[in-house]
Design a protein around this ligand. Structure first.
Ligand code: ATP
Length: 494
């Protein structure tokens, strides 16, 4: 149908939709002021109950090494850290340790292996970085610690945390991830950094192929987002790495907001009498996050989404999709309707991925449309709202996605679009959360009035994407085989 619409006329219709949406935004704001009383009521409805503590069959086995009640520390000075680290925490405006830091750092300084479990945005990175840097100060050695991350962007972010915390200690770190030049990385490794932050596939590649590089003397191994790294998808490459690493003399930390308690999985990481430092249960979101859902006929998902973007003009938003194609399409649709979006997914090359994230972080794009490649770990304090355009198949993924907002004590909101096909998935998510998600109030008349224009714009976007894909396929024939190299050992998303 959209093929019959002349390009010129449909473009002007789209432009008029953008104008209509802006006008509606102003109208909505006026209406919101008028409805102040009603809003207060509906906010009350949204107040999230504290989740019930989930029963976990394997919990007893973990409890053996559970750390005692968390001691209250009023400053980092009380943790007996080297002054350079205390000063670095001050420089970062960390006034006092967060609960996971207060629990994990003392246990780590005693030399224990650690299993750290705390909600998204609760400072887990510093909880493992601080004890490593503190020990490194006494015992400076190359290839001292290796931190594994499931995604490239998270690896880069962890490196930045190590660099800031170690800024007064002359710490040298390197980020070894797929999609970047192997030779450059080999050269960086030859400079004998203290800390290596890596995605598993690329690390394995260097362990096998870079002469002079070995982790035989490694003192610390950290698996950030450990449950993800211990998943099937990373299994083979992770097992290969673990076989090469020393067990004697190595301390191991596993951290996540959704830690597995399956003992066989944890055993693969060769932990020795680990202390479990848990400040949340297995599937806990933060209290400052308001979570809602919208029941949406699947054919109207785009229209509901555009309605929401209109409602939240001026806010910083991450939209999660299940597929790379959807991320690309939603980003293009949003831009066509003059919302300011960029896409992040695994079909982009690394420069494009870094570019997209940088634009979003710098506030030059207010909407990031991403697959689960952005679900875990990314710390972008400005994010106000997370929208699940597609409901994640995995409940853990839900916890991580919505955890991209409401970080470090800030407030945030998440909205999940639930179609008739997603009912089972959302019930499962509600079950692990231990609560029902309240429904978002919507103005159905506005949504229906937007429908035709949004569908038309979407038709244009789909046509354009099909055209580009055909071009790409024609260009890429023969090249594909070469592209399927070891880079793809880092399977970052479904
Ligand atoms: N002691 C502290 N005081 C104040 N802010 C802190 C402190 N420690 C860490 N932060 C900040 O809190 C934010 C979240 O930290 P971090 O990214 O380590 O969370 P996380 O628990 O690893 O989250 P996720 O599970 O999503 O990966 C960061 O911006 C970090 O700088």
């Amino acid at each position: 149908m959209s093929g019959k619409v002349g390009k010129k006329s449909s473009k002007s219709e789209v432009a008029s939709l953008a104008a209509k949406i802006r006008a509606k935004a102003v109208e909505n704001q006026k209406q919101a002021k008028k409805d102040n009383k009603e809003e207060t009521l509906s906010e009350e409805e949204h107040v999230v109950e504290k989740p019930k503590k989930k029963q976990d069959n394997n919990e007893n086995e973990d409890e053996e090494g559970e750390s005692k009640d968390v001691e209250a520390f009023e400053s980092f000075t009380q943790l007996n850290l080297v002054p350079e680290l205390v000063q670095a925490c001050k420089n970062l405006n960390y006034a006092k340790p967060t609960p996971i830091q207060a629990k994990a750092i003392p246990a780590a300084l005693e030399g224990n292996d650690i299993i750290g479990l705390a909600q998204t945005g609760s400072g887990k990175t510093a909880a493992f970085a601080i004890p490593i840097l503190n020990k490194l100060w006494e015992d400076q050695q190359p290839y001292y610690a290796c931190i594994l991350s499931p995604t490239r962007e998270l690896a880069q972010q962890i490196k930045e945390t190590f660099d800031s915390l170690g800024s007064l200690m002359g710490v040298r770190s390197v980020c070894i991830v797929g999609g970047m030049n192997m030779m450059d990385q080999a050269r960086d490794l030859m400079r004998k950094p203290h800390i290596i932050i890596a995605t598993p596939g690329r690390l394995m590649d260097h362990l096998e192929n870079t002469r002079g590089f070995s982790l035989r003397k490694l003192k610390f191994l950290v698996m950030d987002e450990a449950d993800r790294l211990l998943d099937m998808e990373f299994g083979p490459v992770l097992d290969k790495i673990l076989k090469i690493l020393p067990v004697q003399g190595r301390t191991t930390y596993l951290f996540s907001a959704t830690m597995t308690s399956k003992i066989d999985k944890l055993q693969r990481a060769s932990l020795t009498n680990p202390v479990k430092c848990a400040v949340s249960n297995k599937y806990q979101t933060v209290d400052t996050l308001v979570q809602t859902l919208m029941v949406v006929p699947s054919g109207l998902k785009n229209t509901f989404l555009i309605y929401l973007l209109n409602e939240f003009i001026g806010k910083t938003i991450i939209i999660f999709t299940r597929t790379k194609a959807n991320a690309e399409r939603i980003s293009a649709l949003s831009n066509l309707l003059e919302f300011n979006a960029t896409a992040l997914h695994g079909d982009l090359n690394q420069n494009q991925r870094t570019g997209a994230l940088d634009l979003f972080k710098a506030g030059k794009r207010s909407i990031l449309v991403a697959t689960d490649v952005a679900a875990r770990g990314l710390d972008i304090p400005s994010v106000d709202i997370v929208i699940n355009y597609d409901i994640p198949v995995d409940s853990k993924s839900y916890i991580h996605r919505v955890g991209r907002t409401a970080r470090a004590g800030r407030s945030g909101k998440s909205i999940s679009l639930v179609s008739q096909y997603d009912l089972e998935l959302i019930l499962r998510i509600e079950e692990v959360l231990g609560k029902k998600l309240p429904k978002e109030n919507v103005d159905k008349d506005i949504i229906l009035s937007l429908r035709d224009s949004v569908d038309k714009a979407n038709g244009e976007v789909v046509m354009e994407m099909n055209r580009r894909n055909k071009e790409k396929q024609a260009r890429g024939k023969g090249r594909r085989g070469r592209m399927m190299s070891k880079d793809n050992m880092d399977r970052e998303e479904r």
